[in-house]
Write a protein that binds this ligand. Structure first.
Ligand code: FE2
Length: 362
């Protein structure tokens, strides 16, 4: 076999990314998007699937609304759900995030599709060639991340601390060590291209202590754009798994009001916690994306909300018990990322002041 000549062509870049997910001759792939999409990106994905020899079909989710609100464009028992369940792999470049209703990854129908054995490859940086190139998975990133998930799954307790005052303990015994490396190479595996992270869903009533979200950390979309870093500290106090008090200045008050306005009790519990492993991810700035935000090397991601999200693949999915109090709108899942934190598994230090220090996980 000859190696394809290197060019700057976008479809060749996509082809290389999809080949990592074992898309080849005869793979039955559904190229999925909302009804609003980036035509250039979709064309490149189509060319890439063709040149890999995939047996593919383009699937555009129907726009769905309920009154003035968005509704899930993939409804239970719908034709589109059946198509996605019958695919070997769903390829979903997200090019218009937030502009129109999109399938939520924490919806029951999403879980049903994954549990049918379909692999699901999200690419939330689908239209950004810059990010696709910069965050392309490397063997070293994949190895350290997979090793981290194995270590996470063995752990019984998890603790995070920081010089700014964080001290939070969690029970993670019997929970799945989840990894994201941007590749889906096993039945039922879900992943998101450009990501590198290790996470777990802690036992839902176990969080105890406090988290200091320092200036320069991120509370993500709970407080606006991902790029809006905190201008001042926010302290969240946890008892029996729940946020019971939020301390700080005007940002803390805004956060408190925002959580209350959602009227979704699941947001007061931790969905997942872990660390970023992508050494090419950059923190903050224009064009910042969820991939970099959550995958930033040595950051601690701490997300709130529902965490059911089962998959069939090992070291994949959250398999938690924090169920949604309402089926829609989605998602009742969001959170933030912390810099300069320490993370311990069973008293072994894994991350120290924002640097991964455990030898086999660096
Ligand atoms: Fe999350």
């Amino acid at each position: 076999m000859t190696t394809p000549r290197q060019t700057n062509d976008f479809s060749q870049l996509i082809r290389a990314a999809l080949a990592l997910s074992k898309i080849g001759e005869g793979t039955r792939a559904a190229l999925l998007s909302t009804h609003v999409y980036d035509e250039r990106a979709m064309h490149a994905f189509g060319v890439a699937l063709d040149t890999l020899g995939a047996d593919w079909v383009r699937v555009i989710m129907p726009p769905r609304t309920q009154g003035a609100d968005f509704a899930n464009p993939v409804q239970d028992r719908s034709f589109v759900a059946d198509i996605l369940k019958s695919a070997d792999i769903v390829v979903r470049p997200t090019t218009k995030k937030g502009a129109v209703a999109d399938i939520g990854m924490y919806t029951p129908v999403f879980a049903e599709i994954l549990m049918s054995g379909t692999r699901w490859w999200d690419c939330s940086i689908g239209g950004s060639e810059t990010l696709l190139r910069r965050l392309f998975p490397t063997p070293a990133m994949i190895d350290r991340t997979r090793a981290g998930a194995v270590r996470m799954q063995e752990a019984k307790t998890l603790r995070i601390t920081s010089a700014a005052g964080t001290d939070l303990t969690l029970n993670v015994a019997e929970r799945i060590g989840h990894c994201q490396v941007g590749i889906v190479d096993e039945p039922g595996r879900w992943d998101n291209f450009g990501f590198g992270l290790v996470a777990t869903a802690p036992v839902e009533n176990s969080a105890h202590g406090q988290v200091v979200w320092d200036a320069g950390d991120s509370l993500g979309e709970l407080l606006g754009a991902y790029s809006a870093l905190l201008p001042e500290p926010v302290i969240t106090h946890f008892e029996n798994g729940k946020i019971v008090r939020i301390e700080g200045g005007w940002v803390a008050r805004r956060f408190e009001e925002y959580l209350a306005s959602l009227q979704r009790p699941e947001f007061y519990r931790i969905a997942h916690i872990g660390w970023g492993t992508h050494d090419k991810a950059v923190w903050g700035g224009p064009g910042w994306n969820t991939a970099e935000w959550e995958s930033y090397y040595g950051c601690i991601m701490l997300h709130l909300g529902m965490n059911i999200f089962p998959t069939l693949a090992p070291y994949n999915g959250l398999h938690g018990q924090n169920h949604p109090s309402k089926p829609w709108p989605m998602p009742s899942h969001a959170g933030g990322c912390l810099l300069r934190h320490d993370l311990y598994l069973d008293d072994e230090i894994i991350v120290q002041a924002g640097k991964i220090i455990a030898d086999e996980l660096k």
